[in-house]
Design a protein around this ligand. Structure first.
Ligand code: IMP
Length: 435
């Protein structure tokens, strides 16, 4: 069975670790959206790796990693990442596949990102300034440049025209820009030389693999609440981070996705602007930031922190069709006297059970909390459910009840092995781990 692992909150849920942990049970790890705005942290052999564009299975030799058409690829960022893991002895030769239909992030996209944010002023989104939004704008505007457009097979004149028109349009928009389109084209020719060996028809590759009985893990970046359609628009990223993005971002049908695991922290964080009903602006928020090292892995910005929001999680279950949850950073809650779980909202005094579809409505939501006792014995490094303090087990049970799906995995530390596989039967069915 193929599975999907994706973010159930606002990104930074710890997907990298979970994907890396499950990778040995799969032949292929395939990313379907986003770009190097992602920062998936994986600890392996005592080293910390932050993967941005490369799928989180890349540290396992023998596993093929796929960058789907749904991504936007900054070639220089990709090469830097390949070099970085190469220096640590990880070779991607022959096991990295990049879709010829993926769109390219070009130098002017980053400038446009910075410019757009500056123009928004007070209403800024808080983007990662990586050119993600402008590259997707060009894709939807049907003027984007795709990886395969650089190939010898593509009509050269079309590429030249597209680069010239795009650069000229950008020079017009950015007063200080005097970009020479011929230089951009020359640079793309150099990019192609290094990129070409990886470029393929990803949909064909995945379908062939499935025919051969190989298992695929679909990897989401960012999170449900940052999805372009279902997230807290406009404070979202520009891609489809929810499970629907798997089909469009890789060229596979919905029936190829066997089970979907949503990853969520035991509390909530978000980077950037936008409403956040369970946000903690007090000492407790400070504590979560310090205890969880809540700083963005890409931008270094401090993340906003809050209590676990079961309303948002129920929404993630509905939008993605989640089968189970992986709860991460459980150990960050160690030592608290009591904890709150946001189980519903109130708006203008009225109770609200479902996550609102309109941002103004969400901004007015007040969290309704259920208080549960904390635990004093540490969960850090605990590897079996029964060894957790009783209050921590009760916390998980309350989350399950509030969200409505089982918690299959609990992460109790950054190491691969600091993980609880909750239920052997679930593990056997979904992750092909021995029961
Ligand atoms: P963009 O993706 O750079 O356009 O940023 C749009 C919003 O998504 C901003 O609030 C970012 O902070 C947020 N964002 C983008 N990527 C990630 C991520 O990987 N983790 C958390 N937040 C992200």
């Amino acid at each position: 069975m193929n599975i999907a692992v994706l973010g159930a909150q606002w990104g930074d849920e710890g997907k990298g670790k979970i994907i890396d942990l499950l990778t040995p049970n799969f032949s292929i790890v395939a990313r379907y959206q986003g770009g190097h705005n992602a920062g998936h942290t994986v600890y392996a052999n005592g080293r910390k790796f932050i993967l941005r564009l490369l799928p989180s299975g890349i540290l396992h030799s023998g596993v093929t990693c796929v960058i789907g058409n749904g991504l936007v690829v900054d070639p220089q960022a990709l090469f830097a990442e390949i070099d970085e893991i190469g220096a640590a002895g990880v070779d991607v030769t022959g096991r990295l596949a990049i879709s010829s239909k993926a769109h390219l992030i070009l130098p002017y996209h980053k400038e446009l990102d910075v410019l757009a944010e500056a123009k928004r002023g007070e209403r800024k989104i808080g983007t990662t300034n990586r050119g993600i939004g402008p590259a997707y704008e060009d894709k939807i505007g049907r003027r984007g440049i795709r990886v395969g457009d650089l190939s010898d097979r593509a009509p050269r004149q079309m590429l030249e025209d597209a680069v010239r028109q795009n650069v000229e349009a950008r020079n017009h928009l950015i007063a200080s820009a005097h970009m020479d389109w011929r230089q951009v084209l020359d640079e793309l020719d150099r990019v192609w030389i290094r990129l070409a060996p990886f470029v393929t028809d990803v949909s064909v590759l995945l379908h062939q693999a499935m025919r051969d009985g190989r298992r695929i893990m679909f990897e989401g970046a960012q999170g449900t609440l940052l999805d372009i359609d279902h997230g807290t628009y406009p404070f979202v990223t520009s891609s489809s981070a929810t499970s629907g993005g798997i089909c469009t971002g890789l060229g596979v049908g919905p029936k190829t996705i066997g089970a979907i695991l949503g990853v969520a922290k035991a509390y909530t964080t978000r980077v950037g602007e936008g409403p956040f009903p369970s946000e903690l602006l007090d000492q407790m928020g400070q504590r979560l930031r310090d205890g969880g090292s809540e700083y963005g892995s890409v931008t270094g910005r401090p993340r906003r922190r809050g209590w676990f929001d079961a309303v948002a999680l129920r929404y993630a279950v509905r939008i993605n069709g989640l089968d189970a949850l992986a709860i991460t950073k459980m150990d960050v809650l160690d030592g608290l006297e009591s904890l709150e779980i946001c189980t519903s909202y109130r708006v203008d005094g009225e109770p609200l059970h479902d996550f609102p579809s309109e941002i103004g409505h969400l901004a007015r939501c007040q969290p309704v909390y259920e208080r549960v006792p904390g635990w004093s014995a540490p969960t850090a490094g605990v590897r079996s459910f029964d060894a957790l303090p009783a209050e921590a087990r009760a916390y998980i049970a309350t989350l399950e009840q509030a969200v409505g799906i089982p918690v299959a995995l609990i992460s109790t530390g950054s190491d691969r092995h600091d993980t609880i596989l909750r239920d052997d039967a679930v593990a056997a069915t979904w992750f092909a781990l021995p029961a």
